[in-house]
Ligand binder design. Structure first.
Ligand SMILES: Nc1ncnc2c1ncn2[C@@H]1O[C@H](COP(=O)(O)OP(=O)(O)OP(=O)(O)O)[C@@H](O)[C@H]1O
Ligand SMILES: [Mg+2]
Length: 247
């Protein structure tokens, strides 16, 4: 039942963890059909850590990621995100929390009828604290940071897969979230675009001291992780030998 944590994280343990799961269980379905998807998950993640989660298809990675994003409610056990308990949290508390989290999915979920910059700007419109001019400047800066300054006004549908994914990263990072959750962010990309995308996430995260949790089967990007955790049959373990993950 030990909470998994790296030595670096333990040294910095005076700070409260950004994500703290304790004895977390999760079930899908009701009655006879009820099936347990997560079993006794214990995980502690500190500010600024980059964690990669890997493991077989159907092992529960996306389920855990969506719980950690406040996208579904915790049923059993404890899950604290940025100090807030998710188990039993109100809809309003979850909404507040989600504003501090950036999401990147395999399917980039861009609005194809909006331009690159408008897609990024949209993430800021959800927060009511920015003025129009500020939002414009922030979106422009972030588009530049992901290397798309010459595509700012292109409609998303006219961008390549790698370019769309970079817009999705810009959109996730523009509001300077404390946590970035990414589910297979490189799955649709070729080797070079995939590398560029994770390098960019790493660089921007370091600048913003943000925590990143990436679910991936892509063993070409394992090296950016401070720590790799492995999910199998709904259970989590630190993986003893990252090389053994290559499959
Ligand atoms: N909405 C749902 N209703 C019922 N069962 C679900 C639901 N979502 C996931 N499951 C089940 O929970 C288990 C874990 O699914 P999950 O999507 O978390 O796996 P995963 O590790 O992300 O897999 P993959 O690598 O294929 O994306 C699977 O057995 C799946 O069938
Ligand atoms: Mg999944």
């Amino acid at each position: 039942m030990d909470t998994l944590s790296s030595p670096a994280a333990t040294a910095a343990a005076v700070e409260q963890p950004v994500i703290l799961a304790q004895n977390l269980n999760h079930y899908f379905g009701q009655g006879e059909l009820r099936k347990q998807a997560l079993f006794d998950i214990n995980l502690e993640i500190q500010a600024g850590e980059i964690i990669i989660m890997t493991g077989p298809s159907g092992s529960g990675k996306t389920t855990l990621l969506t719980l950690m994003g406040g996208l579904r409610s915790a049923q059993e056990g404890s899950l604290k995100l940025l100090g807030q308990e998710i188990q039993g949290a109100t809809r309003q508390q979850l909404l507040q929390l989600r504003k501090q989290i950036g999401y990147i999915f395999q399917a980039h979920n861009l609005m194809t009828f909006l331009t690159a910059k408008q897609n990024v700007r949209m993430a800021l419109e959800l927060h009511d604290q920015y003025g129009r001019g500020d939002m414009d400047a922030m979106a422009t800066d972030m588009i530049r940071a992901v290397g798309l300054e010459n595509r700012t006004d292109y409609y998303a549908e006219n961008l390549s897969g790698g370019q769309k994914q970079r817009v999705a990263i810009a959109r996730a990072l523009v509001s300077r979230p404390k946590i970035i959750l990414a589910d297979e962010p490189t799955a649709a990309l070729d080797k070079k675009s995939g590398r560029d995308v994770v390098n960019l996430m790493q660089q921007l995260a370091q600048e913003q001291r943000c925590t990143i949790l990436i679910v991936t089967h892509d063993n070409r990007i394992l090296d950016i992780a401070d720590r790799i955790v492995y999910m199998e049959d709904g259970r989590l373990a630190d993986h003893p030998d990252p090389a053994a993950l290559v499959h």
